[in-house]
Design a protein around this ligand. Structure first.
Ligand code: NI
Length: 137
């Protein structure tokens, strides 16, 4: 059996200009909160997680102070990363680096996901940005 570096999808991340307006639209599509809107102190952004029958969607509205702000020039009201679960964040990062991924944002806590979740962002020119999360079931 093939050894996979990354596990199941945890969520698809959207950068949005107005989280309330986008989440209200998703609610009209039948999506419900996994996690209600919260302020993420580390990312200086408002976040929420929604789920319909398929993948979990993360909406992120950066404030002016957020380091995510510059990404809004390229991605607005559109997906910009897929987050995958991993058992061992450090090991997965090492393997991804071996095949040409670069660290976009090194390991940090993700309190909106859970008190013990940690995430890292990597990028590759042929795939774009991916997020890895450790510490979720
Ligand atoms: Ni994410």
């Amino acid at each position: 059996m093939m050894q996979t570096i990354i596990g199941e999808t945890h969520h698809i991340g959207y950068l949005v200009k107005n989280i309330d307006k986008t989440l209200s639209l998703y609610q009209q599509l039948g999506f419900e909160f996994v996690t209600e809107k919260k302020y993420d102190e580390i990312r200086k952004s408002y976040l929420c997680f929604l789920k319909g029958k398929g993948e979990c969607i993360e909406l992120i509205e950066p404030t002016r102070e957020s380091e995510l702000c510059p990404l809004m020039k390229k991605y607005v009201n559109t997906p910009y990363h897929i987050c995958y679960k991993v058992d061992n964040l450090q090991a997965a990062i090492s393997k991804l680096k071996e095949i040409g991924f670069l660290i976009f944002k090194d390991i940090e806590k993700a309190p909106v996901i859970s008190s013990h979740a940690e995430v890292a962002f990597l990028m590759h020119s042929r795939i774009g940005i991916i997020e890895l999360v450790q510490g979720v079931e």
